[in-house]
Every structure is written in structure tokens, then in C-alpha cells.
Design a protein around this ligand. Structure first.
Ligand code: HEC
Ligand code: HEC
Length: 219
């Protein structure tokens, strides 16, 4: 694996758009560092409507979710019923379709094409929440979700790590804490995100940024 310093340096460099040792790799697509896990990559309302709302909801909900405005007004309810598999009432969506919907919602539910900006992930809670946690963790680690603490609320994470699992975050040696151990685990049940979610595991680069965030004391 590439050394931590090099990787982290490159992440910072992406922000500044100055060159670094590995710049060649990112030249054509600056988001390559985090490809496949963070962007809606062109998913618009049209795809979500055709593949999810028309195909799986309209037979019972008629025109309820056929226009953008109605969907936006009900988005929280829609994602909540799908996350819990309460909807569609005749059987849950496939993991692929769930991922499509959640990623689209996490990206701000764009109606049309979005110009995908190079993605910059910084070792801060806000940046991680909007990128890695939004696409890979928050569907479970949120209020009402199955996981024991939230990743969309910093305070909740701190309280959990202090009161319920003091071994979760090791600020001096982050790799020794359960948080990073879970990201590195090979066990399909232990690993986060768990294998059953159908979500891809985090890349080494994503793990390095989270490790640095813990080392800095969760800014
Ligand atoms: C087989 C019929 C059926 C399908 C398919 C279906 N629903 Fe439903 N849905 C219902 C029924 C019936 C209710 C009312 C259930 C209740 O209140 O217990 C409901 C309720 C809901 C609610 C709560 C609405 C409210 O007023 O609180 C949401 C949100 C919802 N459905 C979203 C969806 C979405 C999104 C899809 C497609 C991904 C979908 N449903 C597919 C039958 C269906
Ligand atoms: C499919 C739902 C789901 C997803 C997605 C998910 N988790 Fe979890 N996570 C859980 C559940 C449920 C638990 C509690 C059971 C357990 O410990 O395995 C848990 C436990 C954990 C724990 C252990 C807490 C402790 O006390 O030791 C950590 C750390 C964690 N998750 C981090 C993450 C991170 C980071 C992500 C995203 C990269 C993520 N999870 C994605 C469901 C999920």
C-alpha cells in the first residue's frame, strides 16, 4: 500500500489543485481517488422515477410520485419507508435500487444533470458526513436505523464513544480502535458496511482520511 503520507498529501493536493507524486492518476478525472463510492454519477430524477417510482410504486400509489415536486416534499418519508423495507409493500427494493435512491437523495436529489465537481474529502466531520458516511453508513447509522450510534450527528457519536464503547476511538493509535478495525475487518458480519448491505467496503484512501480525522480528535 502507498504510504499514508503520500495518500494524504494527494488528498490535500486535490483541494489545492497543485501537483503531487501521484497527480498523473487523477489528471483526467480528479474524482478518481474516490470513484465509485461518492457521487450520484449522473443519476437524475428521470432514472429514479423510471426504475423505482414508476416500476415499483405506481401500481399502488398512482401518480403520487410521478412528479419531482411531490417526491421532494415527501422525500424523508419515502427514504424512511424504503430503508425499513416497509415499502414497496409487495417486496423490498434490490440493494442496487436502494443504493441508487439513497445516493441520489444524499446528493441533494437533483432533478436534472448535475455537473459533478471533483470530490474533495477532508478529515472533518462535515466533509466525511456529506461524502463517505452519506453513501456508505448513514442509511443505518441514523435515528431510527438499526445501528447503535449515528453518523449524521457528531454529538451522538461522541456520547456513544465515551459512554457505550470507550474502545471505539483511539486518538493516538486509530487503527487500534474498533471504528477502524470494523472498516478493516474481513468478517462479513463484523465489517462495516456489513456484507449484507451490498455496499462496497471503503477504499484504502477513504480509510486513511477517516484515520487522520480520528487522530486529529474528530474535528
Ligand atoms: C402493493 C402496493 C404498494 C406498493 C407497491 C407501494 N406501496 Fe407505499 N403504501 C401502500 C399502502 C397500502 C400504504 C399505506 C400503508 C399504511 O399506512 O399502513 C402505503 C404507504 C406508503 C407511505 C407512507 C405514506 C403516508 O401517507 O404516510 C410511503 C412514503 C410509501 N408508501 C412509499 C412508497 C414507495 C416509495 C413505493 C415504491 C418504492 C411504494 N410505497 C410502493 C401500498 C404500496
Ligand atoms: C446495513 C446497515 C449498516 C451500515 C450500512 C453500516 N453499519 Fe455500522 N453497524 C450497523 C449495526 C446494526 C451495528 C451494530 C451491530 C454490530 O456491532 O455489528 C453497527 C456497528 C458499527 C460499529 C461498532 C460499534 C461498536 O460499539 O463497536 C461501527 C464502528 C460502525 N458500525 C461503523 C460504521 C461505518 C463507519 C459505516 C460506514 C462506512 C457503517 N458502520 C455502515 C449497521 C450498519
Amino acid at each position: 500500500m502507498k504510504s499514508f503520507h503520500q495518500l494524504y498529501h494527494c488528498a490535500i493536493v486535490l483541494i489545492g489543485l497543485v501537483s503531487c507524486g501521484n497527480y498523473e492518476e487523477f489528471k483526467e478525472d480528479p474524482s478518481a481517488l474516490f470513484q465509485g463510492s461518492l457521487t450520484p454519477n449522473g443519476v437524475t430524477f428521470k432514472e429514479v422515477k423510471e426504475q423505482i417510482f414508476d416500476a415499483r410504486c405506481a401500481k399502488c400509489h398512482g401518480q403520487d410520485y410521478s412528479n419531482y415536486q411531490n417526491v421532494i416534499e415527501n422525500l424523508d418519508g419515502i427514504t424512511a419507508t424504503i430503508r425499513s423495507d416497509f415499502m414497496p409493500q409487495d417486496g423490498p427494493l434490490s440493494n442496487e435500487l436502494k443504493q441508487m435512491l439513497f445516493t441520489w437523495a444524499a446528493a441533494g436529489a437533483p432533478e436534472g444533470e448535475v455537473i459533478v465537481e471533483p470530490i474533495v474529502v477532508e478529515p472533518t466531520f462535515d466533509s466525511l458526513r456529506q461524502t463517505i458516511f452519506a453513501s456508505k453508513c448513514i442509511r443505518c447509522h441514523t435515528k431510527g436505523g438499526p445501528a447503535p450510534f449515528f453518523l449524521d450527528e457528531r454529538q451522538n457519536l461522541m456520547v456513544y464513544a465515551t459512554v457505550f464503547n470507550p474502545f471505539m476511538l483511539d486518538f493516538e493509535f486509530p487503527e487500534e480502535g474498533d471504528f477502524i478495525k470494523r472498516l478493516n475487518s474481513d468478517d462479513p458480519v463484523e465489517q462495516m458496511p456489513p456484507a449484507r448491505s451490498g455496499l462496497e467496503l471503503l477504499s484504502d484512501e477513504e480509510k486513511e482520511i477517516i484515520t487522520e480525522w480520528i487522530r486529529r480528535g474528530l474535528p
